[in-house]
Design a protein. Structure first.
Length: 257
């Protein structure tokens, strides 16, 4: 099947991008180049999203292997966003569906058309890599400035306008975990029994981890988290952070050395 796709963002859109004009140009193009058009999908939907009824219908036809080519007036009728558009173009090409743009004179069944699409895909990949590189550079800069980079906030802290602030109730529980673990370990119990007894002590005090009982893995995470002592990690790099500490380095080392 050869499918035409026409789209406007809203009913107020007129001039040369109206649905009727898009349909007229596609039909004329197909007539000139002897392309038998089987269906024209009409959409009144913003091009900034890929979750559209018409586009979803087209995808279902493609998944069934029923589509040979997609004809549009311009490539931006597929998607207004460059990155989203390139992703969909790659999807079409990966499924051996030709793309024909009437005004831009692009036909991926030709050598020049395939070359143009490869350029678009390469530009999109370069844009994506550039964004990732900038994000990584920003993360490294924050890390070197002794600030937390990103990710979930560890137990014992809350987010504040200045970064992180110690949660008084949770920090009290963390202190208890460290001191109780040290007490139990001095009794020469096995690690398994020490952890079991510690969990029991926490339950007796009704101490919770985010509303749930503490698990062995959660306790181990707390006991081995150097962030509580003022140390943070990023990959293989280590640096001090600027936030208040919860556990002293001495207590941390007694448990982890």
């Amino acid at each position: 099947m050869n499918i035409g796709l026409i789209r406007i963002s809203g009913m107020s859109q007129k001039d040369n991008t109206s649905l009727s004009n898009q349909k007229k140009m596609i039909n004329e193009y197909c007539s000139i180049y002897s392309i038998e058009l089987d269906e024209i999908i009409e959409e009144i939907y913003t091009g900034t999203t890929s979750d559209r009824d018409g586009l979803n219908h087209l995808k279902s036809l493609i998944e069934n292997g029923d589509v040979e080519s997609v004809v549009v007036m311009k490539l931006d009728r597929l998607m207004r966003s460059f990155s989203e558009g390139v992703v969909f173009i790659k999807y079409l090409l990966d499924n051996d569906v030709k793309i024909i743009s009437v005004l831009e004179k692009i036909d991926t069944s030709t050598t020049s058309g395939r070359f143009f699409m490869n350029v678009l895909l390469s530009l999109n990949e370069m844009e994506r890599d550039t964004i990732v590189e900038r994000m990584n550079t920003g993360k490294i800069r924050k890390f070197e400035d002794h600030e937390r980079i990103s990710g979930s906030i560890c137990y014992g802290y809350n987010k504040s306008k200045n970064g992180l602030i110690v949660d008084k109730e949770e920090s009290k529980i963390i202190h208890y975990i460290y001191k109780r673990y040290l007490e139990l370990r001095k009794r020469n119990h096995s690690k398994t029994k020490t952890m079991r007894l510690l969990r029991k002590s926490l339950m007796n005090k009704n101490y919770k981890y985010k509303g749930r009982d503490f698990s062995s893995s959660t306790i181990h995470y707390i006991l081995s988290n150097s962030f509580y002592t003022g140390i943070m990690k990023h990959g293989d790099k280590i640096n001090k952070h600027i936030y208040d500490t919860i556990i002293s380095s001495r207590l941390f080392n007694l448990i982890n050395n």
